[in-house]
Design a binder for this molecule. Structure first.
Ligand code: GRF
Length: 218
């Protein structure tokens, strides 16, 4: 019997680099024993990441693996991988984790690693996303949860939430409203991946029944 079919909660790690508001939303959601994943580790590549204190408050084990202590990405990713394996992690959740991962690491965790990005991908990848959206004059922005592949912000989309753009607003205003949408979308998307209701097959996300509607937020 697989963990999915037995009803056991999937063991998830959250990787952060900063304030960790998405991490906090996930900790709140997973505090409900009915949520299909539990957070067994919060890992940061930055010793000063604000989110670490919040995770400790929630009683979740934390670990810092400072990328600056490593000679290159492969060595850092190998340390990450070892820590995830040691904690028995089944699902990796990137939440404001600001390091590019090697192709080898992404291959190993393919279908078991997700990320959230504050735009409606495939528009506006990378950084300064809200500036890009405002400069593009789009009427709708939003956020996207996707499976992580070797290409940054380009993996198969799991879910999206739409955020209308208010004419004349600042990047910070748009970022704040997008962040609220992220906090709704990310737990819903992680739940679908944890149950297997959204899974990666043949380079695309496939859904069980109408599960897609839970991660298609307008
Ligand atoms: C979020 O906007 C997320 O989409 C992006 O980085 C930001 C992280 O914010 N990848 P937080 O640390 O979760 O508050």
């Amino acid at each position: 019997m697989t963990p999915e079919s037995s009803g056991a909660r999937r063991r998830a790690a959250i990787l952060i680099s900063g304030r960790g508001s998405n991490m906090a939303a996930l900790l709140d959601a997973t505090a409900d024993p009915a949520f299909p994943a539990e957070i067994v580790l919060v890992l940061s590549n930055r010793p000063g990441a604000g989110g670490l204190a919040r995770a400790e408050q929630a009683g979740v084990p934390t670990l810092v693996i400072d990328h600056k202590q490593f000679d290159g990405r492969p060595a850092f990713d190998a340390a990450l991988d070892a820590a995830l394996e040691a904690a028995g992690v089944e699902l990796v959740v990137l939440a404001g984790f600001m390091r590019l991962l090697t192709a080898e690491f992404t291959r190993k965790w393919l279908g078991r690693m997700v990320n959230i990005h504050p735009s409606l991908l495939p528009s506006f990848k990378g950084v300064h996303v809200h500036e890009q959206a405002l400069a593009g004059g789009v009427r709708f922005s939003g956020c996207t949860v996707h499976f992580v592949t070797a290409d940054m912000d380009a993996g198969p989309i799991i879910g999206q939430a739409v955020v209308p753009v208010v004419p004349g607003e600042s990047p910070d205003d748009l970022a704040a409203r997008t962040l609220s949408a992220e906090h709704r979308l990310y737990p819903a998307a992680v739940a679908l991946v944890a149950t297997g209701e959204a899974r990666l097959e043949g380079g695309r996300t496939v859904y069980a029944g109408d599960a897609w509607a839970r991660v298609t937020l307008t």
